[in-house]
Design a binder for this molecule. Structure first.
Ligand SMILES: [Ca+2]
Length: 99
């Protein structure tokens, strides 16, 4: 378990970020992600800045942005990739999640 935050959290993240983190779990266990804070530049399709959670075992992903805290994720997987992207303008405080 641990906590993952956007760069510079709780202060606004920089522009032009390309971040990648991997969470691993032993076989026959699961990964639970709970979001604590979300403040990522909002856009209907998250085209500008986004947080992407990828289940690498199944290649399923979900993209998040805005200020609405996503529902908890319980994934029956051994590897989750967390990607964070910011474009070249506008931002927010970022995100904080626990796993
Ligand atoms: Ca932006």
């Amino acid at each position: 378990s641990g906590t993952l935050v956007s760069p510079n959290y709780p202060y606004p993240y920089a522009t032009g970020l390309r971040c990648l983190s991997i969470i691993r779990a032993p076989k026959h266990s699961f990964i639970m992600i709970t979001f604590e804070h979300m403040d990522i530049e909002d856009e209907e399709y998250c085209l500008y800045d986004w947080l992407k959670i990828v289940d690498l075992d199944r290649n399923i992903s979900a993209k998040h942005c805005g200020k609405i805290i996503p529902a908890d994720l319980l994934m029956d997987t051994t590897m989750v990739e967390i990607r964070f992207f910011s474009d070249n303008a506008e931002g927010g405080v970022g995100y904080k999640l626990n796993y």
